[in-house]
Design a protein. Structure first.
Lengths: 452, 204
């Protein structure tokens, strides 16, 4: 199913779509308020962009340095070329420690690699411990947003899920009660876990340490209680020095939720006494994206989700309509690099308004890249017949001024005089949900020539 | 790990690194952080208090350690399991972590009082490092977290905080802002997710 078909399904529940749209726009507003309170915010974005771009241009050396320091810290380092190898490595570490019960904090990378089903197939219990992720896990769904995984769920739906799986009482969707019950349920999982898996927000080359950010404290509850901690990271999570965290931690939460910093920004360097710490460094298509000059800046992403909250398409189509681990504008420039055919509709799920690029804390030119993917996709994948023909016709009209003028005249007259039934007839998809404006008497060209 | 696994690991490592080497762009310059461009006219203490409160914490101005512990005892009269790392306050402790056997028992910790030597005004974050903790999990697993900090240990921005941290060697450390929280159910903010239910900050 392509994006617009999936979005049509999401749009059947108008009330829910309106709520989704408004909720995310509210988060976007919080982001603005928070960002505008920072003196030198644009300079901060410039630094974020500059540090990330520099890092990508020297990524191999920084990864080597990171590995060297992590090993010195007593951390074991593993390398995975793809999702499969990542899953095999994590599985073998768990087997080595005879771990049957695993708690996991949010990691989009492990979602990307489909780690959960891989481990579950071997009878390992893996519990997502971020509340939003636990909700979607219980619902057997995937996150629809990278920061707000369950934004597509109503509180009543969560209420029902918890009654079914956690044995809670019906509460009319009371968030306080439901969160409290989730706390009890998850704390029981934390204290009994054999191993903890976390993602990595930033990995620091010059210390070999890494930082994990959460609001719920779930990464820390997992990692500090279990005897084994496995941290999974994409190769692009590296930053050169610890002082650069000053830039990125100032940008991340403000861009994500409008908070000035997440509740917990945990700096892991060495395993605690008597326990093991592993880091799995994953490529899974990232080095290929690095080879594309037009698209490599997408690897600067720090996964704040600001581009999703601001996107008029995302807000009205929902994260699941993208059918990709990372939805929204940033996902639409990352996904085609992995599978051009499967994700060929995503770069078209945009108005190219550029708001995503404006809010991006590391200044990725997201909407320019969306446009560039369109050029490639149109050439390399089969386009619908109607689209090909109409583009050809439009191209012909636009290239011939006399023809353009004639067609314009007919179109303006038609919009003024033909009945709606004809104007909005089936071939005109623009007339499906809206009325076209009444045609003006003069064209711009005529107005310009006749002006006094 | 056996020899075969190590060999596989090496080959993936080398394959990834060599692909990066081939695919990366020409070296770009690393920008230098000029902290001066971020300077604003805000008062550090006022800003810090404001931001701790924005993040869901309570701030109480205090003078002496005795004063602080008197207030804590009134705040949590029902607290049975209590622990502090502050000096000369051992009478407050009801547990001794050196003898702790089961992790489950840690869940009963009601009140934990810690000291921090670094707070950040721009976001209300407080630095806690593991050299000051008997166990890393404590500030997260405790029901109520209390932190004592001196006004003189506040810095305006994260940049200055990292300048200070650069002089230390910590195996683990956390910037902590407020109690644990979530808005994952319909964007309604709920204080008290998986970590501490409350954060009280004594500023002296």
């Amino acid at each position: 199913m392509n994006h617009s078909e999936a979005a049509t399904i999401f749009n059947k529940n108008e009330k829910k779509v309106n709520w989704h749209d408004k909720a995310l726009w509210f988060v976007r507003h919080k982001r603005d308020k928070s960002a505008h309170s920072v003196e030198g915010w644009e300079e901060l974005r410039n630094l974020g962009q500059g540090i990330k771009a520099h890092t990508l241009s020297n990524l191999d050396n920084y990864l080597i340095q990171f590995e060297e320091n992590a090993l010195k810290n007593g951390v074991q380092v593993h390398w995975a070329q793809d999702g499969d190898e990542h899953n095999r490595i994590v599985h073998s570490i768990l087997k080595e420690h005879n771990a049957k019960k695993v708690v996991k904090s949010k990691s989009m990378l492990t979602e990307e690699c489909h780690l959960n089903p891989y481990l579950e197939a071997d009878g390992i219990e893996i519990i997502d411990t971020d509340l939003g992720e636990r909700i979607v896990q219980l619902a057997k769904e995937t996150p629809s947003h990278i920061v707000l995984p369950a934004i597509h769920k109503t509180k009543e739906e969560v209420d029902e899920l918890f009654q079914e799986h956690l044995g809670t009482k019906p509460c009319g969707g009371d968030p306080q009660y439901l969160t409290g019950e989730a706390r009890k349920h998850l704390r029981e999982k934390f204290v009994n876990a054999d191993a903890a898996i976390t993602g990595v927000n930033f990995a620091i080359a010059d210390t070999g340490g890494f930082v994990v950010c959460t609001n719920e404290g779930n990464a820390d509850m997992g990692a500090h209680l279990a005897p084994v901690h496995i941290a999974c990271m994409g190769i692009e999570k590296i930053i050169p020095k610890q002082e650069h965290l000053g830039v990125f931690l100032r940008l991340l939460a403000r861009s994500a939720t409008g908070q000035h910093i997440t509740t917990y920004s945990s700096h892991f360097k060495k395993p605690r006494k008597g326990t093991k710490m592993h880091i799995v460094i994953v490529d899974n298509g990232r080095t290929e994206q690095l080879s594309r000059p037009d698209f490599r800046a997408s690897l600067q992403c720090i996964r704040c989700g600001a581009c999703m909250n601001t996107c008029p398409i995302y807000r009205r189509s929902g994260g699941h309509s993208y059918d990709a681990t990372i939805p929204g504008p940033i996902g639409s420039i990352l996904s085609p690099g992995k599978d051009l055919t499967k994700h060929s509709s995503l770069p078209f799920a945009s108005t190219l308004c550029g708001s995503c690029s404006d809010v991006c804390p590391v200044k990725i030119d997201i909407h320019t890249q969306l446009y560039k993917w369109r050029q490639i996709i149109t050439k390399e994948t089969k386009q619908p017949y109607v689209k090909v023909m109409s583009m050809k016709m439009m191209g012909d009209i636009f290239s011939k001024p006399t023809k353009f003028e004639k067609v314009g005249k007919v179109a303006r007259w038609s919009l003024r005089n033909l009945p709606k039934g004809i104007i909005n007839s089936k071939p005109n998809v623009w007339g499906k949900e809206r009325d076209l404006p009444s045609g003006p008497v003069e064209s711009f060209d005529e107005w310009y020539k006749n002006r006094k | 790990m056996n020899g075969i696994k190590t060999e596989n690991k090496m080959s993936s490592r080398d394959a990834i690194l060599s692909r990066i080497k081939t695919n990366k762009p020409d070296l770009l310059e690393l920008p230098i952080i000029n902290v001066d461009v971020f300077a604003d006219s805000r008062n550090i203490v006022d800003e810090f208090v404001l931001k701790v409160e924005v993040s869901g914490g309570h701030v109480i101005k205090a003078s002496t350690t005795d004063d602080i512990f008197n207030q804590i005892n009134t705040m949590f009269p029902e607290g049975k399991v209590k622990y502090t790392t502050l000096e000369n306050t051992a009478a407050f402790n009801t547990v001794d972590f050196d003898t702790f056997k089961s992790q489950k028992a840690l869940e009963n910790l009601d009140v934990l009082v810690l000291e921090s030597d670094l707070g950040v005004a721009e976001n209300g974050a407080i630095w806690i490092k593991d050299t000051t903790l008997p166990m890393r999990v404590l500030p997260f697993i405790t029901k109520h977290l209390i932190i004592v900090i001196n006004q003189t240990q506040l810095v305006p921005f994260m940049h200055q905080a990292y300048q200070k941290i650069a002089t230390e060697d910590n195996d683990f450390g956390v910037f902590l802002a407020g109690p644990s929280k979530t808005a994952d159910i319909e964007q309604s903010l709920v204080i008290g997710a998986q970590g501490a239910l409350s954060l009280t900050l004594f500023l002296r």
